[in-house]
Design a protein around this ligand. Structure first.
Ligand code: A3P
Length: 325
């Protein structure tokens, strides 16, 4: 079913006009759709993903809130899952941006770019790897009920905000004025950011990872930075393809870590001059890649305010963050 057909069949245009909307960080508006703030351009994609996606038990979905380390995690997952297929010298991650190798379900697969998403999905080799920013509560039933695996990454909300503010200002429509730090911060504190509120997003996946640890692996950017070796093994085990003793002694884990490292990926020609699509340059996915850069942006009152929100929203959940390296 072509995307435009779906749009008309769903009465998509009417739907958007009926939703509450607020100004967005990147786009003119975000729409309150199924209890999360959805960019207008993603509503059709999320709905089609929900209505038409048929999960396979072998599927792997990397889920994240934007700017929390998605690019890194999809690169690692791709490299882990496909480690038998590619040599170090000819690895696709050397010539393709990770987002080209692992497509986002709502933005790439179920959107106008792919004429027939179902045909495309049916011809993908297994295990199929995808990414998504869709909140857990809005994922298609088929994905939740199948044995498909979900790996979620989140990041401390201070660094996520700085990463989002800098990124969204760069991809923001030319017709819109740049968004100041304070203004963007208020929107972030109100939860009005793409796929937000961010606390609901992380708590949705967090709770599911507690209830079904074999279904959802919950990772933190800071933990990966501190001990990526452990988490590469952890991901491989979770996906049912643990490293053998021989692979470990051959240095396969270290090769994957090196291939997917911030320093290596940022310097690749494809990530310096390539484009994901006509709006997004690949280089925008690689800024500083650090824990704690927020200290260069936050005033004392911003620290107080965001700390209070984190305390209030996450209290009792058991979820906490390392804010500095
Ligand atoms: P900063 O803006 O703080 O530098 P996403 O991939 O979800 O869009 O997140 C982008 C953030 O992850 C950016 O953070 C980016 O620099 C960082 N990042 C991208 N690739 C990375 C990698 N290979 N290792 C560590 N961090 C990475």
């Amino acid at each position: 079913m072509a995307s435009t057909d779906r749009k008309h069949a769903n009465g998509e245009d009417k739907l958007v006009f009926s939703l509450r909307r607020e100004r967005g960080l990147a786009s003119s508006y975000l729409y309150l759709f199924q209890e999360f703030w959805c960019p207008g351009i993603a509503i059709e994609g999320v709905e089609s993903f929900q209505n038409y996606f048929e999960a396979k038990d072998s599927d792997v979905v990397v889920a994240s809130f934007p700017k929390t380390g998605t690019t890194w995690l999809i690169a690692l997952t791709f490299a882990i899952v496909n480690r038998k297929h590619f040599s170090e010298e000819n690895h696709p991650l050397l010539t393709s941006n990770p987002h080209t190798l692992v497509s986002c379900l709502e933005f790439k697969i179920f959107c106008d770019e792919i004429h027939d998403p179902l045909l495309h999905l049916s011809t993908m080799l297994e295990p199929r790897l995808f990414s998504t920013h869709t909140p857990f509560t809005a994922l298609p039933k088929s994905l939740i009920q199948s044995n498909a695996k979900i790996i979620y990454i989140c990041r401390n909300p201070f660094d996520t905000f700085v990463s989002a503010w800098t990124y969204f200002n760069k991809i923001r429509s030319m017709s819109l004025p740049a968004l100041g730090l304070e203004e963007a911060f208020e929107m972030y504190c109100d939860g009005i950011v793409s796929f937000g509120p961010w606390w609901s997003h992380m708590l949705g996946y967090w709770k599911e990872s507690m209830a079904r640890p074999n279904k959802v692996l919950f990772l933190k950017y800071e933990d990966l930075k501190e001990n990526v070796n452990f988490y590469v093994k952890n991901i491989a085990e979770f996906l049912g393809c643990p490293f053998t003793a021989e692979e470990e002694s051959d240095g396969e884990i270290e090769s994957i870590i090196e291939l997917c490292s911030f320093e290596k990926m940022k310097e690749l020609e494809v990530n310096i001059s390539g484009k994901l699509d006509k709006f997004i340059d690949n280089k925008l996915f690689f800024r500083k890649g650090e824990i704690g850069d927020w200290v260069n942006y936050f005033s004392p009152s911003m620290i107080n305010k965001l700390s209070r929100i984190i305390e209030e929203k996450l209290s009792g959940s058991g979820l906490s963050f390392n804010m500095c390296s």
